[in-house]
Design a protein around this ligand. Structure first.
Ligand SMILES: Nc1nc2c(ncn2[C@@H]2O[C@H](COP(=O)(O)OP(=O)(O)OP(=O)(O)O)[C@@H](O)[C@H]2O)c(=O)[nH]1
Ligand SMILES: [Mg+2]
Ligand SMILES: [Zn+2]
Length: 301
């Protein structure tokens, strides 16, 4: 019989599905390739809705249903776009106050992706217990942009109720560098998840890529978390420079007034975005993130 289901996780082309009728099943893709597969690194990601042919114990995925949205990253090794999760309400960028320290450049990059893919962001500053001060300069920047941020400690439980309130009733994907505490956060919110937690290298101040598989976890009916493997860098090669500018919400009022119609906001005369930076209307650090992203696209790196 044919039915629909949702991808919970997948490895080596075997996918764990939750069927709409309520039971779980493992399935492969019929004929190995989905019709929708258009040069993507992976045709299916956690959260994808699929059509399945179920015959007793065996199940074959026959189609991917239309996506509402998707969280994407650039796969450096394969030079193509990779879907991290599909059909989410929110992308939660997890960072930590220390070990590893907050990297605003990294968060800004994920914020561009979230905006261009039309997914509202939430920023979590974890490891509050390691910080002397509960705030960072970057938090103020986010508040000015109208982006919600929450400080917490997965270790002590500080701020976890606030995060619980923010995720309840939603599908939230946790995204961030390795070692910031994404899996620890899942466990703090939902101990039954038993997500494996790794250590942070003292020498390099970064995680060890403990989570290797993105996984869709149903916390309670209607509340879903997707834990993902940490990434080291977040490239935006899947976008054009003009899209990157559109990814910075605060640039929007100025872009139409730039003198050059194809202004890249890097060096052209009469650039209103740059005058807004000089006039203190656009945060310099955010502009710096923008300039670095566009330069990295031009380098082809
Ligand atoms: N002090 C402190 N340590 C924490 C906190 N949250 C997590 N950690 C520690 O940080 C390390 C990494 O935690 P994980 O949850 O594995 O991090 P992750 O983001 O899932 O990492 P990857 O799966 O590699 O992407 C572990 O040693 C955790 O115990 C916290 O709030 N405070
Ligand atoms: Mg993890
Ligand atoms: Zn300009």
């Amino acid at each position: 019989m044919t039915t629909n289901g949702t991808v919970l996780w997948g490895a080596n082309n075997i996918f764990r599905l939750l069927l709409d009728r309520g039971d779980g099943v493992e399935a492969r893709i019929r004929g190995k390739v989905l019709r929708v597969d258009e040069g993507e690194h992976n045709a299916l990601a956690p959260g994808d809705r699929v059509a399945v042919d179920v015959d007793g114990d065996s199940a074959l995925i026959t189609d991917r249903l239309e996506r509402n949205n998707r969280v994407v990253r650039w796969n450096r090794k394969r030079h193509r776009i990779q879907t991290v999760a599909a059909n989410v309400d929110r992308v939660c960028v997890v960072t930590s106050f220390r070990r590893p320290p907050v990297r605003p450049r990294f968060v800004d990059r994920v914020l561009v992706m979230a905006r261009l893919e039309g997914i509202p962001p939430l920023i979590v500053f974890n490891k509050r217990d390691l910080a002397d001060d509960a705030s960072t300069a970057y938090e103020g920047v986010l508040t000015d942009l109208g982006i919600e941020s929450i400080a917490c400690s997965a270790r002590t439980g500080w701020g976890i109720d606030e995060i619980r309130a923010a995720i309840t009733g939603n599908t939230t994907v946790l995204f961030g560098q390795s070692g910031v505490g994404k899996s620890s956060l899942v466990n703090a919110l939902f101990p039954e998840a038993h997500q494996e937690v790794g250590s942070v290298s003292v020498k390099y101040d970064r995680g060890r890529h403990t989570t290797t598989l993105a996984r869709r976890i149903i916390v309670e009916p209607g509340t879903v978390l997707i834990d993902t493997p940490g990434v080291r860098e977040f490239d935006l090669n899947m976008y054009e420079p003009v899209e990157i500018a559109a990814g910075f919400a605060e640039f929007a009022p100025y872009i139409p007034d730039c003198a050059m119609p194809s202004c890249t906001h890097l060096h052209e005369p009469g650039c209103r975005v740059r005058s807004a930076v000089e006039g203190g209307h656009i945060n310099e650090s955010r502009y710096d993130s923008y300039a670095r992203i566009v330069s990295s696209l031009e380098d082809g790196s």
